[in-house]
Design a protein around this ligand. Sequence first.
Ligand SMILES: Nc1ncnc2c1ncn2[C@@H]1O[C@H](COP(=O)(O)OP(=O)(O)O)[C@@H](O)[C@H]1O
Ligand SMILES: [Mg+2]
Length: 278
Amino acid sequence: MTSVLHRPTDDTKLSGLPEDVRARLQDRFKLVVPARSAADPSPSPMLEEAPSNPDVQPIVSLTNVEKIYTNGSKALTGVNLTVNPGDFLFVTGPSGSGKSTLLKLLYGYERPTKGSILVGDEPISNLRGDRLAMMRRRIGVVFQDYKLIPKRTVAENVAFVLWAQGFTRKEIHRRLWPTLKMVGLQGKAQCFPDELSGGEQQRVSIARAVVNTPPLLLADEPTGNLDADNSLQVIKILKKLNSIGITVIVTTHDEHLVRISNHPVVQIKNGRLHHLRR
Ligand SMILES: Nc1ncnc2c1ncn2[C@@H]1O[C@H](COP(=O)(O)OP(=O)(O)O)[C@@H](O)[C@H]1O
Ligand SMILES: [Mg+2]
């Protein structure tokens, strides 16, 4: 699977971000990439060419995962999947095939019936309470229906995440504006969700998902409610986030979106996962 670690990248891709946000993003990568030896003078892993070390630690790793819901509904079976830091992965498949279940397992909303799920080196399926909450801070999630707080402005919806995580006012301010700018919504900061188009609301929800610079972003049918132009815009933003080092896993049943990009694709059919493009 292609990885940003295997692509030439440079510092300029991070230049839109404040210094500390950039440092934090790089720092988070150290959580999921093995430390380099003292003899190796290469800089941060996300800013360099492919490392010769084949043992890059995956950011997501599923082994023989099965999910049967309590009502007996079998959603996933025998799922094996490895996603490396910096990957951009499309997950396709018909409605009811298990795409949302896969993402829910990855952010610990559901637990597998069998098998193991690692996010970084943490077995997310075993985490509870505070440890699960801390883990979720490292995973941004975007939903088809945006899930914005209706009585809060765009700025408040995005800032709320940082506030809830104990960031200072100054830090919130420093992160909020570049993030809104990145999704093209700095001019809508004081609007309420019902004053925005669907595409704009989805861009707010992306800003909210990444404002604390998680290394992993999960997007569940983020274009499901959008027209073609807005869908493209959303995918473009996800690609931009991927180009600065965030690992992106996006589910979609829009074959056109998958066809026009060259990212790896897996398909889930009847709960089983197949690699369509590596
Ligand atoms: N909370 C749940 N309880 C019981 N069955 C569920 C639940 N969520 C999903 N399912 C079932 O699991 C299967 C996969 O659903 P889902 O992961 O939502 O598919 P997709 O996102 O691909 O449309 C479906 O058969 C669905 O009915
Ligand atoms: Mg779904």
